[in-house]
Design a protein around this ligand. Structure first.
Ligand code: GLP
Length: 241
């Protein structure tokens, strides 16, 4: 595991962007595993900057997002696809047909999960970008999730609904279920890049860094098993104050 502690959010995002840019430049075709949320937002902003400066092309990039809410209509501004479109996809030269999410609009959700699992199996991600939930979740793999899980439907925990309600008008509007890539699939990426920027994530971060083995009550600890993990965190997240 490689740990990089940066003074603040911007320097964390710049460091992450450099890694992702180098991966995109080194591959003729790049498969990116993407996360939503505030943690990678600055990284996406940096990737857009690189693109504007004509220093980076997304024409040969394909993406696979971690998760999506169930129950929001197509194009809803709080859906994860909308987040990705406004923060990255619509600002760069990516082929929108090559941006993939679990199909939460399929009437048969178990079929949607197995379709996404199959797609992930056929498309090993060069790098998986991850944020971290306060309760240690990665994607929407909540505490209690096994290390062997594949794409599945999840019931979001109260703490996650509460944390994510900051984006909605009221807590009642936050979807209670989602489809997420499983932990086993997250671990299949060639490289994992975890971004942690808030002191509220300190406890989960320390559990990961302690390398005490996998604890299903703190799903991020599964990343200890990965051979190429880079953790970039802010001083605040590292110190917890
Ligand atoms: C959500 C997402 C996760 C994300 C987490 C942290 O629950 N499903 O993928 O990592 O929130 O979000 P943030 O980066 O906004 O703190």
């Amino acid at each position: 595991m490689q740990l990089i502690v940066k003074p603040d959010y911007d320097t964390m995002s710049w460091a992450a962007a450099k890694i992702v840019v180098n991966i995109i430049r080194a591959n003729t075709k790049t498969k990116l595993g993407l996360a939503t949320g505030s943690s990678p937002q600055g990284l996406y902003g940096q990737l857009v900057e690189y693109y504007y400066e004509r220093a980076l092309s997304f024409s040969r990039v394909e993406t696979f997002n971690l998760d999506e809410y169930i129950g929001l209509p197509h194009g809803h501004p709080l859906s994860y696809r909308y987040f990705m479109e406004t923060n990255l996809f619509k600002k760069v030269n990516i082929d929108i047909g090559k941006t993939n999410f679990p199909d939460v609009y399929n009437a048969d959700l178990s079929e949607a999960c197995s379709n996404y699992s199959r797609m992930l199996k056929e498309n090993v991600r060069d790098v998986q970008i991850l944020g971290l939930g306060v309760n240690g979740h990665i994607g929407f793999n909540e505490p209690g999730t096994g290390i062997d899980t594949k794409t599945h439907v999840v019931e979001l925990q109260k703490s996650t609904i509460l944390a994510n309600s900051r984006f909605f008008n009221s807590i009642e509007e936050v979807p209670k279920t989602a489809i997420t890539m499983g932990i086993a699939e997250i671990l299949e990426a060639e490289k994992i890049l975890l971004l942690v920027d808030k002191k509220t994530k300190h406890d989960a971060l320390i559990k990961l860094l302690a390398e005490g083995g996998f604890d299903s009550e703190c799903p991020v600890t599964a990343l200890q098993k990965h051979k190429n993990l880079t953790v970039i965190c802010t001083r605040e997240a590292f110190d917890g104050n």
